[in-house]
Design a protein. Structure first.
Ligand code: KG4
Ligand code: ZN
Length: 333
């Protein structure tokens, strides 16, 4: 089945053409320059930028896939969670495309899309899988026992992991988005240089908390500055990153133990983090578990993951009516 995937939940216009489990094209138009000077995504600017980029991105995606509109067998679009104005640009475009081509429309949960990226990365993968979903807005562990069915086993009680990366990067003067900047800087630093708290690490539940870590790092930086002591930025980045990764690894593999699910998939924008990717694969190998880490272009927001989730649901006979709206706080499952 050949499906157009549309993702506009935040600041990336993601348009892709996917055929079954093969990515034919995956166009991602980022808006970094637009938001950088504000230090974060400005919703109104983001939705206006989606309006400008979405049509050319669709043309490019069809072109690169070597198909035309009449080859499409469905349109999949993110309906939430995300920024309402941004979501509505994608949803309106998807509805118009489906209506004019007389093909089915399918609305997709953004988080389900992130998990489905793993099935594009490894076409032999089958549920059940355990997913660590880490993004700018979410940090959760979910069990997917079959496609489209999810049980959230734990989640952050305050900040998302990506949010913590972005806030500390901002405090360090590394700009926006912060995750990739910390990742890059940390490559030259020592992860054991400074010891920061690992909240909830030893608690039996599968929840996370990152706001204490953020406060601890900021307080520590201020104290150092007040004492006139130099801070090694690379060591700081590596030590902070390690604190986040330690908790994510521990909780994910605790969930694998508790559920008996022996396949772990990494999902969401923070899954682009090189340290998290390496530690996930290592830990999986040590424990004899299968770990799937999608390529970076399938981890950060993209249309291919939405098309993949849509193909599942369309093949299942599901359809979304053309009067669907968007839900900024849509839950998984
Ligand atoms: O999934 P995503 O693209 O958008 C949301 O749905 O939120 O995730 C964006 C988040 C941002 O917080 C960004 O800083 C983070 O993912 N991120 C990273 C890396 N690349 C992106 N965090 C750590 N290391 C990275 N390499
Ligand atoms: Zn995302």
């Amino acid at each position: 089945m050949l499906v157009l995937g549309i993702e506009t939940s935040c600041d990336e216009t993601g348009i892709a053409v996917v055929e079954d489990r093969t990515v034919r094209s995956n166009i991602i138009t980022a808006q970094i320059d637009l938001h950088a000077r504000f230090g974060g995504v400005v919703p109104e600017l983001a939705s206006r930028a989606h309006v400008m980029t979405i049509t050319p991105a669709i043309e490019q995606a069809l072109d690169e896939a070597g198909v035309t509109r009449k080859d499409l067998e469905g349109v999949a679009v993110t309906i939430g969670p995300g920024l309402i104005g941004c979501l509505l640009v994608g949803v309106a475009t998807a509805k118009a495309t489906a209506a004019t081509l007389d093909i089915p429309l399918i609305g997709v949960n953004h988080l389900e899309g992130h998990i489905e990226a793993a099935f594009l990365e490894d076409p032999t993968l089958e549920p059940p899988v355990l997913a660590l979903i880490v993004s700018g807005g979410h940090t959760m562990i979910a069990a997917m026992r079959e496609h489209g069915s999810f049980e959230v086993l734990g989640q952050t009680i305050d900040d998302a992991a990506g949010e913590a990366f972005d806030k500390i990067a901002r405090f360090m003067g590394l700009g926006f988005p912060g995750g990739p900047a910390i990742d890059k800087l940390a490559a030259d630093g020592r992860a054991d240089a400074y010891r920061f708290p690992r909240a909830m690490l030893h608690e039996p539940n599968l929840d996370f908390s990152f706001s204490g870590l953020k406060t601890a790092v900021i307080r520590w930086m201020r104290e150092r500055e007040a004492l006139g002591e130099a801070i090694d930025a690379a060591d700081l980045a590596a030590s902070f990153q390690e604190a986040i990764v330690d908790v994510q690894i521990a909780k994910t593999f605790k969930a694998a133990e508790q559920t008996g699910i022996d396949t772990v998939v990494l999902a969401g924008g923070v899954a682009a983090n090189s340290r998290l990717r390496a530690r996930m694969l290592d830990e999986g190998e040590k424990r004899g578990l299968r770990v799937v880490v999608p390529r970076v272009s399938l981890c950060t927001d993209n249309g291919a993951m939405i098309a993949a989730a849509g193909i599942r649901r369309l093949a299942d006979g599901q359809r979304t009516p053309l009067d669907i709206g968007a839900d900024p706080s849509l839950l998984l499952g």
